[in-house]
Design a protein around this ligand. Structure first.
Ligand code: IMP
Length: 172
């Protein structure tokens, strides 16, 4: 089995740097609560916050809506944030927007917490699979309908450690 490279380490590095500069500009003079959605976004989140020249408060949430490669349509919160985001700028950080279920559900949940603002940054977006309306504020890469792995993304818990985004071409 091979895992062909879709987006190289260098392409990711360059794009994350650009997004970091954009976010820094957009929130100039403000504080930011960055909420990484575990587990998939942990690598992107770690790289992205190091490109921010802002006061950042980092939180993580762990949710699951997936078994194998098909969405169950159920979002379970396994780990919640431990800070009050009322009146704060929240930036949700996702690995990939696929059907959009996870992030549209999380966005609604955060909007109900009376924050100053809620925005979304995602590494990847697969428009071919979208079923739920999602406003993406910061997108690194739009991709075709492939199941992808690496740079934090997994297939059944494997391949998160790959430094690039690859195509999983095994059986799904
Ligand atoms: P959504 O709720 O359908 O948008 O799914 C989002 C979640 O499904 C992501 O946060 C990933 O954890 C997982 N996911 C969707 N597509 C892929 C993929 O191609 N590779 C790895 N994980 C994926």
């Amino acid at each position: 089995m091979s895992y062909p490279e879709l987006i190289s380490r260098e392409e990711i590095r360059k794009r994350v740097e650009e997004l970091g500069q954009q976010i820094t500009k957009d929130y100039a003079g403000e504080e930011l609560v960055v909420v990484g959605v575990l587990k998939g976004s942990f690598v992107f989140c770690a790289d992205l916050i190091r490109e921010l020249n802002l006061p950042v408060h980092l939180e993580f949430m762990s949710v699951s809506s997936y078994e194998g490669t098909e969405s169950t349509g159920n979002l379970k919160i396994n780990l919640d944030i431990s800070t009050n985001v009322e009146g704060k700028n929240v930036l949700l950080v996702e690995d990939i927007v696929d059907t959009g279920f996870t992030i549209s559900t999380l966005s609604k949940l955060f909007k109900n917490k009376n924050p100053k603002s809620v925005k979304l940054a995602t590494l990847l977006y697969k428009p071919a699979r979208l079923e739920h309306k999602v406003d993406i504020d910061y997108l690194a890469f739009e991709i075709e309908d492939h199941f992808v792995i690496g740079y934090g993304l997994d297939f059944n818990g494997r391949f998160r450690e790959l430094p690039y985004v690859g195509i999983y071409d095994g059986e799904v």
